[in-house]
Write a protein that binds this ligand. Structure first.
Ligand code: MN
Length: 306
């Protein structure tokens, strides 16, 4: 993929303003005291969405759509919105749209993707949830294309824009849980994090693992993930997944991050979704679920190609 097409330019000042306002709105949504020590999903009886720490809780009402990595592919995002009819449905009833991170880098139009997603958040508020991925990170953006995109678009003003992205990234949540038994993150199960409260306040190495870890078919618990460059990043196996889900009272994990597992379910309790075709390599899928019915296993999620 190259830099072959650009949407009409949003000026640097207007983009920085949108990013700062979005970060402030995210900060204002935080609340405290909802997650009592040891509480599991079944004990969260809130009828409304709430955010505590980096965790967003979705109540047992309506439907949810999860999408995975878009990576600067605005066409994929527009196709997803058409396929799910999110905007039309969101105007009528309760439906949540959850992005699982990696909105920028690799593809040509990270700015277009972020402006579209933040526009949806402005219109529909917290019903649009943007989870953080490993590419919502300025250092990663330097290595994988988004910093170059900003330099090309904005010249000297790119630093101002990148600074505003840095602020937005750190305000994004890193995990979504639903009252009917789903947990969703970008990467995977972290080692040494247990319970909803531990998950909500995960930081440092634990947060890195939530954003970076991969599933490993040949691993039982955890193993070093050398493909992702090292020791602090892990592969998680079936036992690690089951222990983690049981510790928070969830049934299934929905995650993104691995294009070559897109559309697959594993161990009956894990689904991987990737939403750009990644230059023709990946299946473009999203996952949809009814929030009012108890989830038992990965088959209760509708994983759809689009
Ligand atoms: Mn990723």
């Amino acid at each position: 993929m190259g830099f072959f097409v650009f949407m009409p330019e949003i000026p640097a000042g207007a983009l920085a303003k949108l990013l700062k306002e979005s970060a402030a709105a995210l900060a204002a949504e935080r609340s405290e005291g909802r997650l009592k020590p040891g509480v599991k999903l079944a004990g969260l009886r809130s009828a409304e969405l709430f955010r505590q720490g980096g965790l967003v809780f979705l109540p047992r009402h309506g439907r949810v759509i999860f999408f995975g990595d878009v990576h600067g592919d605005l066409y994929a995002l527009e196709d997803l919105l058409k396929a799910t009819r999110f905007e039309e449905k969101a105007g009528k009833g309760r439906v949540f749209l959850v992005g699982l991170g990696d909105y920028v880098d690799r593809g040509p139009d990270g700015v277009g993707v972020m402006v579209r997603l933040l526009g949806l958040r402005k219109k529909f508020g917290p019903r649009v949830v943007l989870v953080r991925g490993d590419h919502e990170n300025v250092g990663v953006n330097e290595a994988y294309g988004f910093a170059d995109e900003l330099r090309l678009r904005y010249g000297k003003a790119w630093r101002q824009v990148m600074g505003a992205f840095r602020g937005l990234y750190s305000s994004l949540p890193h995990v979504v849980v639903t009252g009917n038994g789903i947990v969703a993150v970008h990467g995977g199960v972290p080692e040494g994090v247990n319970g909803l409260s531990g998950l909500a306040y995960a930081s440092g190495d634990a947060l890195t693992q939530i954003l970076w870890n991969d599933s490993g078919e040949k691993v039982a618990g955890f193993a070093p993930n050398w493909q992702r460059g090292g020791d602090g990043i892990k592969l998680f196996g079936k036992k690690a997944l089951e222990d983690f889900l049981d510790s928070i009272g969830a049934r299934v994990l929905v995650r993104a991050h691995e294009w070559d597992k897109s559309g697959e379910t594993m161990w009956g309790r894990l689904a991987t979704v990737f939403s750009t075709d990644y230059g023709g390599r990946a299946r473009r899928v999203y996952a949809e679920a009814d929030l009012e019915t108890r989830i038992r296993n990965a088959r209760d999620l509708a994983v759809k190609d689009f």
